[in-house]
Design a protein around this ligand. Structure first.
Ligand code: PT1
Length: 279
């Protein structure tokens, strides 16, 4: 499997770790625009040191119930951070569903668009197609503000797989080569715990679409429901979930705790690597 990502490419000889870089004033206690930018850049550089293969920069929270952010506010948050990360040795992804933010991020050197809306916004497919960036197409049911109210599926794995098949086809028709596309079942995006667990069990079916699968469960409420722990106490559960996703065919895991996840995946890889022929 090959993933083209701007000037970078990946061949998936091992699973990849995408490190989360939130650029939301409330995620840094010092407040203020400059403090937020500097803290986000410093955090991103630390994640690279910790072994992140990709950095995912986001200026609008899409967690359940989070408030939307205007295009102008989102640009003011993420553009200075992308500018500060221009020369990092790993691809930088922009987590946005807004075409104007995608466009500006690409101009600042972003190598990937991570869109929880799977490029369904007016003009998004065209903006992505005009570049060489990779795209992550994610499934969600409903809108972040209300998506956890009544999630409903007859067959969650089948429906998510069909949807992602359709979005991959739409992206290809728009001129985005298959080698630039990643898919994501969207854990926690309009899903109950049982839906999320069914999707984790069903990752091999998603992987049969034939493009790399990204899994993001880090610190999510599904792990709180399983362990009874608060959001700041879900590190072990998050590492376990990342490992289980990789075991079921995820090629990329999106995580907060890069160092711990990289170590866990090294153990997984040591066990799963083909044994060298003995002399
Ligand atoms: C994700 C993802 C994302 N998640 C991709 N991008 C978030 N590709 C942001 C909860 O239940 O899984 N894949 N960008 C964060 N969204 C959530 C959703 C955070 C649910 C928390 C929860 O706690």
């Amino acid at each position: 499997m090959l993933l083209r990502c701007g000037k970078f490419h990946f061949t998936f000889g091992r699973p990849l770790v995408m490190g989360i870089v939130n650029v939301t004033p409330d995620s840094f206690f010092d407040g203020g625009a400059h403090g937020t930018t500097a803290a986000a850049i410093a955090h991103a550089l630390k994640l690279v040191e910790d072994g992140a293969d990709i950095l995912d920069v986001g200026g609008e929270s899409t967690r359940p119930g989070a408030a939307m952010v205007s295009e102008r506010e989102e640009l003011e948050r993420v553009i200075p951070v992308l500018r500060g990360l221009r020369d990092v040795p790993v691809p930088v992804s922009i987590d946005t569903w807004k075409p104007a933010v995608m466009q500006a991020a690409m101009a600042e050197g972003a190598s990937m668009i991570n869109d929880v809306n799977a490029l369904q916004a007016e003009g998004a497919l065209a903006v992505a197609a005009a570049g060489t960036v990779a795209v992550c197409l994610m499934h969600k049911q409903g809108m972040p503000a209300t998506m956890q109210q009544q999630p409903q599926y007859d067959n969650v794995v089948g429906e998510v797989t069909d949807y992602l098949h359709q979005r991959v086809a739409a992206a290809e028709r728009a001129g985005i080569a298959r080698e630039r596309i990643v898919i994501d079942p969207g854990f926690g995006f309009g899903k109950t715990l049982e839906h999320n667990l069914a999707l984790l069990r069903g990752l091999p079916e998603l992987a049969r679409i034939g493009v790399p699968v990204l899994a993001g469960m880090s610190r999510k409420s599904m792990l709180g429901q399983i362990t009874g722990r608060g959001v700041d106490e879900r590190q072990s559960a998050s590492v376990a979930a990342a490992l289980l996703a990789v075991q079921r065919g995820a090629g990329i895991v999106r995580v907060h705790d890069v160092r711990e996840t990289v170590d866990a995946l090294k153990v997984w890889l040591a066990v799963n690597r083909e044994t060298k022929p003995s002399p």
